[in-house]
Design a protein around this ligand. Structure first.
Ligand code: FUB
Length: 472
C-alpha cells in the first residue's frame, strides 16, 4: 500500500513537474486574450480581454489588468472595466489598449453597440489600474461598421497622438491633446502588396469578422486585424495580424512617418501550434529587452475562444527589422527580484495550479478556488543574506480550512514553513496567521505556496488567500 502510494505520488509530481518550467501562458487563473502591454514607472501593465471558453464566438464581457516589475511574476489587478461601464455597449468586449499621457491613462476599447455594429470607446483613469470611467459617454469612433475594432494609440514626440484600428481595413485619426476627441477625417490606409503584403478578399457574413479571411494573392500576407502602432529609434512600426494557411500570423510594416506610407516587412510569428485562430500581438521594450506579447489557446480548457496571453523576448536586427519569433512554453526570464519582506499580494503569480482569483471591495483581488494539490509559484524571490524568522499569510476559510506549505525550488522542495488554516468564520473573514521559518533560507530562490487539505472532500475549496510576507 505504502509502496503504491509513493509510486503514484512520484508520477503525480512528474506530471506537475511538466509545468514547473513553464511561463506561458502568462496567466493561469483566467483566460486573457488580446494582451496590450504598457510600460509605466518601472512596471509593465498588461491589459487583456476575458475569454469565456465554451462559447463558439468571442462573446466577452469585460477587460482585465495585470502588472509585473520582473516579467515573470504577474499581479492580478482585477476587472476595472466591463461592458456595463459603457452605456452604449451591449456585447463583445474585444481588443483594447491603454496609453498614458500627462499622468492620465486612456484605455481605448471596442465593443458591439446597441445597433449591433462595432465601435471604439475610451475610458480614463488617474492610475494604470483604475478606477476607470467612460470618458465621453458615447463611442469615440462609430461609423456603423464592423471594422471599428482593435484600437491602438501612440503619442508621438511632437505631442501629436494617433489612433489606428481596423479589421479588414486599417484606419486612423489624429487624436486631440485631450486624447478623448479627434480632429480631421478618418483616413483609411491603402492596402497593397507593398504596404501590407497583400489585400484581403471582400468579406462575407458580417456576423463573422473572419468569414472570408484569405489573401487575394495566394501565399501572400494581408492586414486582417489587431494593429499595434509604435515608434522606435525614429522608425514607425505597424504590427498586425496577417494571414497564412487560414490562420492568423503576426506580421509588420514600417514607415518613416506616423501616417505612412507603410512598407511591408514580413512575418514575425507564423505557422505556430497556438491552438487558436487569432493571435493579437503587442510589442514593448522594458529594462533593456524587447518583448513580443501574443495569445494562444494553450491554457488547459482553452482554444480559439479560450485564449491566453504569452510573451517571448527577441532582439531587433541592427537595421531595426524584427526577426521571426518562435513561441515557447518557457517564455521569458526574470529581469528583477521580488522582496518577500514587503506585503506580497497572493495574486502575484509566476505559475499556479488549482486556484483562481476573485475580487471584493475592501480586500481587492485575492486568490480563491484553492484546492488540494494546487500551488502558486513565485519566481526570483530575494531573501538577502539573513534568513527570515517567520512567515505570515492573510487567509479566510468558510469551512474546514487547510494547510499552506511554503517551499523553495519546487512543489516538493525544502519546506520553510507550514501554516495550518482553521475555519475563520467566513470566506471573507480574514485572519493573518504567522508561523516560524523552520529551515533557514538566503539568496534568490523560487517560492512555492502549496495547498493541502486534511480529510477534505476531494475538490472542495480550502481557503481564500489575500497576501503573504516573510518577517526578519
Ligand atoms: O478578442 C476578440 C477579437 O479577436 C479581437 O478584437 C481580435 O483582435 C481577435 O483577437
Amino acid at each position: 500500500m505504502t509502496k503504491n502510494r509513493s509510486f503514484f505520488s512520484t508520477i503525480a509530481l512528474l506530471l506537475v513537474g511538466g509545468s514547473l518550467t513553464a511561463q506561458n501562458p502568462v496567466v493561469q487563473t483566467n483566460y486573457t486574450p488580446d494582451p496590450a502591454p504598457m510600460v509605466y514607472k518601472g512596471r509593465v501593465y498588461m491589459y487583456t480581454g476575458d475569454d469565456i471558453p465554451g462559447f463558439d464566438f468571442y462573446y466577452m464581457t469585460k477587460w482585465r489588468v495585470y502588472s509585473s516589475a520582473d516579467m515573470v511574476n504577474w499581479t492580478d489587478h482585477g476587472v476595472p472595466i466591463a461592458l456595463e461601464s459603457f452605456t452604449w455597449a451591449r456585447d463583445r468586449a474585444w481588443a483594447a489598449q491603454c496609453v498614458e499621457r500627462n499622468g492620465k491613462f486612456y484605455w481605448y476599447i471596442c465593443a458591439q453597440t446597441i445597433n449591433n455594429d462595432m465601435a471604439i470607446g475610451v475610458a480614463v483613469a488617474d492610475s494604470p489600474t483604475g478606477p476607470f470611467k467612460d470618458a465621453i459617454g458615447k463611442p469615440l469612433i462609430s461609423t456603423g461598421s464592423w471594422s471599428n475594432i482593435d484600437p491602438t494609440a501612440y503619442v508621438d514626440n511632437d505631442g501629436q497622438a494617433y489612433l489606428y484600428w481596423g479589421n479588414g481595413s486599417l484606419s486612423y485619426v489624429k487624436l486631440n491633446k485631450d486624447m478623448i476627441s479627434y480632429s480631421g477625417d478618418i483616413v483609411e490606409v491603402p492596402q497593397t502588396l507593398e504596404t501590407f503584403g497583400g489585400v484581403r478578399r471582400p468579406r462575407g457574413g458580417q456576423n463573422n469578422q473572419n468569414a472570408q479571411a484569405a489573401p487575394a494573392v495566394p501565399n501572400k500576407d494581408m492586414f486582417v486585424e489587431g494593429p499595434w502602432f509604435y515608434k522606435r529609434n525614429g522608425t514607425y512600426y505597424q504590427m498586425f495580424a496577417g494571414m497564412d494557411k487560414g490562420k492568423e500570423t503576426l506580421s509588420y510594416s514600417i514607415s518613416n512617418g506616423p501616417m505612412g506610407p507603410w512598407k511591408y516587412q514580413g512575418r514575425i510569428m507564423a505557422d505556430q501550434p497556438t491552438n487558436s485562430f487569432t493571435n493579437h500581438g503587442g510589442i514593448i521594450d522594458f529594462k533593456g529587452n524587447s518583448y513580443l506579447f501574443y495569445h494562444t489557446g494553450l491554457l488547459k480548457g482553452g482554444g480559439s475562444y479560450g485564449r491566453s496571453s504569452a510573451i517571448e523576448t527577441f532582439k531587433y536586427n541592427s537595421d531595426g527589422t524584427i526577426p521571426p519569433v518562435t513561441m515557447t512554453k518557457e517564455g521569458v526570464q526574470p529581469v528583477g527580484t521580488l522582496n518577500p519582506y514587503n506585503r506580497v499580494e497572493a495574486e502575484t503569480i509566476a505559475w499556479s495550479e488549482k486556484c483562481t482569483t476573485s475580487e471584493m471591495g475592501k480586500t481587492g483581488v485575492y486568490v480563491s478556488g484553492i484546492r488540494t494539490g494546487g500551488y502558486i509559484k513565485v519566481r526570483s524571490v530575494d531573501f538577502g543574506k539573513t534568513s527570515p524568522k517567520s512567515f505570515s499569510a492573510a487567509v479566510a476559510a468558510g469551512l474546514d480550512g487547510g494547510i499552506l506549505e511554503v517551499r523553495i525550488d519546487s512543489v516538493g522542495g525544502t519546506r520553510l514553513a507550514t501554516v495550518k488554516i482553521p475555519r475563520t468564520g467566513g470566506w471573507k473573514t480574514w485572519k493573518t496567521l504567522t508561523e516560524n521559518v523552520v529551515t533557514p533560507v538566503t539568496g534568490v530562490r523560487d517560492v512555492y505556496l502549496v495547498f493541502k487539505g486534511e480529510n477534505i472532500t476531494a475538490g472542495r475549496e480550502l481557503f481564500n488567500f489575500d497576501y503573504w510576507m516573510f518577517n526578519k
